[in-house]
Design a protein around this ligand. Structure first.
Ligand SMILES: Cc1cc2nc3c(=O)[nH]c(=O)nc-3n(C[C@H](O)[C@H](O)[C@H](O)COP(=O)(O)OP(=O)(O)OC[C@H]3O[C@@H](n4cnc5c(N)ncnc54)[C@H](O)[C@@H]3O)c2cc1C
Length: 385
C-alpha cells in the first residue's frame, strides 16, 4: 500500500494550529493535524480554562481589527458546537487620565465602530463596589467583549476538524532538516508524515524545534494564574456583576476574569515572569507569589483577601521581542511555514490568524510586514499589550 501524502501537515493543535487546519481543510485540501501532548494540553499555552477577548489594543489598530474579525468566528463556532465557549461578560479597562494607551484605545474603537462606555472613578466605584481603586480615575468598558473557554474551545474545534475529515495524529515531530523542500516529518510515537506543505504552530516549543532560527527570537516566560473562591452564596465575582477587568495603573499589570461555571475568580499579573521550559518546567508556585497576590487583594479586592485558592495554573507566554506575532515562511525550506509568538495575547486571534495564514499559503496573499521573521529582533522590548 502506498503511503498517503497529505496536502498539509499542521504540527501543533493549540489555538493557532487548530484554526489554521480549519481554514486549510475548508479549501478542500487533505490535512493532518499532529500534536505531541494532545489538543490544548496542560503544557500548551492554549490549555488554560479561560482567555480574554477584547477589542482594545491601545493605538494598535491592527490587533483591534484582528480581534473584531475573530469574535464573530468564535461566535459562529459556539453556535455550531452548541457550547457556550464565548461569554459576553464585558471587558473593563481601569486607568488614569494620563494613560496615552487608553486614550488611543478610545480613538481606535471610535474609528472602527466598537461600542464602548467611558466611566469616571465615581461611576466605577458605584457599579463595581467589589473593587477599591484609588489610583484609577477613569475606565473604559467594552460591553460586547468577554472571555473564551480556551481549552474547551480548542478541543471542540479539533473534534469538529476530525469529523470534517482532518486526520488527527498524536506524534512528537522532530525538527525538520535539509534544504529547499521538506518531504516528511519524523517523530517519536508514530510513522513519518508526508505532506506537500508543513505548518509549524508549536507555540512555546518553536525555539526548541528551530533553535538556530528562533532560539533567541522567542522568549518563553513563566506566568502564574490563580483561581479564588468567592464567599459562599456571593454573586459579586460572577457575571453579570463582575466583568473581565485590567488594572493598567498597577506596575504588575493585574487582570481578572469573573468566576465562570464555579471554577473560581481568576486573577493574574501580565508582567513577564522568568524563562520557562514548556516540557520540563514545574507548574507549582512559590509562597512569595501567593503573598504578592494577597497584598494586591488586600488593597484592591478586599472581599477576597483571605479567599481560598481553588486552583493555581502555571502557563507560559511565548513572546517575540515586541509582542507581534510571527507568521512567515521558513527562510530555507520553501514548503514550511511557522506561526507563533502569541506573546500572551494570541488566543483571541486564533480565527483571524488561521484565515490569514491559510490565505497566504493557498492564494499567496500579501504578508503583513510586522509578522515577518525579518522583523523579529533578539532583544526584548515589549510594545504590544
Ligand atoms: C497565563 C496565560 C494567559 C493568557 N491570557 C490570554 C488572554 O487573556 N487572551 C488572549 O488572547 N491570549 C492569552 N494568552 C495567550 C494565548 O493563550 C497564546 O497566545 C495561545 O494560546 C498560543 O497558542 P499556540 O497555538 O501558538 O500555542 P500552544 O497552545 O502552546 O500550542 C502548541 C502546540 O504544539 C504542540 N507541539 C509542540 N511541539 C510539538 C512537536 N514537536 N510535535 C508535535 N506537537 C508539538 C504542543 O503540544 C501544543 O499543543 C495567555 C497565555 C497564558 C499562558
Amino acid at each position: 500500500m502506498t503511503k498517503k501524502t497529505y496536502d498539509f501537515a499542521v504540527v501543533g493543535a493549540g489555538v493557532f494550529g487548530a484554526w489554521t487546519a480549519h481554514f486549510l481543510r475548508r479549501s478542500g485540501a487533505s490535512v493532518a493535524l499532529l500534536d505531541a501532548y494532545g489538543p490544548a494540553n496542560s503544557r500548551a499555552s492554549s490549555g488554560g480554562e479561560t482567555r480574554v477577548i477584547r477589542m482594545g489594543y491601545g493605538p494598535d489598530e491592527l490587533y483591534t481589527r484582528w480581534a473584531m474579525r475573530s469574535l464573530p468566528l468564535w461566535r459562529e463556532f459556539a453556535t455550531r458546537s452548541g457550547q457556550e465557549i464565548f461569554r459576553q461578560t464585558g471587558v473593563l479597562w481601569l486607568s488614569n487620565n494620563s494613560d496615552a494607551y487608553l486614550q488611543s484605545l478610545c480613538g481606535v474603537l471610535e474609528q472602527v465602530g466598537v461600542e464602548r462606555e467611558e466611566l469616571k472613578a465615581n461611576e466605577i466605584a458605584l457599579r463595581w463596589p467589589q473593587l477599591r481603586l484609588p489610583d484609577v480615575t477613569w475606565g473604559v468598558l467594552e460591553p460586547a467583549s468577554g472571555l473564551l473557554l480556551a481549552r474547551n474551545a480548542v478541543q471542540l474545534l479539533v473534534k469538529e476538524l476530525v469529523a470534517g475529515g482532518v486526520n488527527y495524529i498524536p506524534l512528537s515531530a522532530t525538527a525538520p532538516s535539509g534544504s529547499s523542500k521538506l518531504k516528511e516529518i519524523h517523530g517519536t510515537g508514530g510513522e513519518p508524515i508526508s505532506a506537500g506543505t508543513f505548518v509549524f504552530c508549536c507555540g512555546p516549543w518553536l525555539p526548541k524545534i528551530f533553535p538556530e532560527l528562533l532560539g533567541d527570537r522567542i522568549f518563553t516566560t513563566r506566568q502564574e494564574v490563580f483561581f479564588l473562591g468567592a464567599p459562599s452564596g456571593s454573586a459579586d465575582f460572577r457575571p453579570p456583576k463582575m466583568p473581565v477587568w485590567l488594572h493598567r495603573t498597577h506596575s504588575d499589570l493585574p487582570y481578572a476574569l469573573p468566576d465562570i461555571d464555579g471554577r473560581g475568580f481568576k486573577i493574574a499579573f501580565d508582567r513577564h515572569g522568568e524563562r520557562f521550559d514548556p516540557d520540563t518546567g514545574m507548574r507549582v508556585v512559590a509562597e512569595s507569589s501567593v503573598d504578592r497576590l494577597r497584598e494586591y487583594l488586600r488593597q484592591h479586592v478586599p472581599a477576597l483577601e483571605r479567599a481560598p485558592i481553588l486552583e493555581i495554573r502555571v502557563c507560559q507566554y511565548e513572546n517575540t521581542w515586541n509582542g507581534d506575532f510571527l507568521i512567515d515562511r521558513h527562510p530555507e525550506l520553501e514548503n514550511v511555514w511557522i506561526a507563533g509568538g502569541g506573546s500572551g495575547h494570541g488566543f483571541k486571534h486564533g480565527p483571524a490568524l488561521g484565515k490569514y495564514l491559510s490565505e497566504r499559503i493557498l492564494h499567496g496573499a500579501r504578508g503583513e510586514p510586522r509578522f515577518s521573521l525579518a522583523a523579529k529582533q533578539t532583544a526584548q522590548h515589549r510594545a504590544v499589550y
